[in-house]
Design a protein around this ligand. Structure first.
Ligand code: PNS
Length: 167
């Protein structure tokens, strides 16, 4: 193991607006590989676009869905990701990669994070085919037009999406 990673903690960061079954699968897989996983829900002070759900609710959705996974915790953060990793003594960031279209964005993020702290390594879990085209924005779009999202997100999230868009 690399220096600094003895703790065996990995960070799974994201906006999770809202969490999807694809995210949850990545978190579960990370929890099998690492001793401890901290899911970081970003609450960006300057956000390109507002989130549909508050950071607390986004956190709650994940907590409900991962109940029983003893080595996973969920926390909101509003700092640089590398600072959040330091706070938890983690030297690994885990992200899910879906299609090739994710690659360019993730590559850029990787370079920025590497610049900020070369000691933190990012690793990527390839998504399984059923989640390859599942995204929070796609789910929101579906819900906005009255589509049923129950197969794509936890039941509670599907209910809340329906509420949000029926107003
Ligand atoms: O689910 P997302 O929106 O792809 O997640 C993006 C996330 C949370 C990983 C990214 O926005 C992030 O790391 N934000 C914290 C600020 C930061 O450290 N940015 C990257 C280096 S400038």
């Amino acid at each position: 193991m690399m220096e600094g990673s003895e703790d065996g903690t990995a960070i799974c960061p994201g906006s999770y607006d809202p969490v999807t079954n694809g995210h949850l699968y990545t978190i579960r897989r990370a929890a099998r590989v690492f001793r401890r996983v901290v899911v970081g829900v970003v609450n960006q002070p300057v956000r390109k676009q507002d989130t549909l759900f508050s950071a607390d609710e986004r956190k709650q959705f994940i907590e409900e869905a991962i109940e029983g996974l003893d080595n996973v915790i969920v926390e909101v953060f509003d700092t640089l990701l590398v600072e959040f990793a330091h706070k938890h003594n983690a030297s690994v960031i885990v992200k899910g990669l879906r299609a090739i279209s994710d690659f360019e964005y993730e590559f850029e993020m990787n370079q920025l994070n590497r610049k900020l702290d070369p000691g933190i390594e990012s690793v990527y879990l390839m998504s399984s085919p059923e989640f390859s085209f599942l995204s929070s924005s796609g789910v929101k779009e579906m819900a906005a037009f009255g589509g049923d999202t129950r197969d794509l997100v936890p039941v509670r999230v599907a209910e809340r999406l329906k509420e949000q868009y029926s107003r």
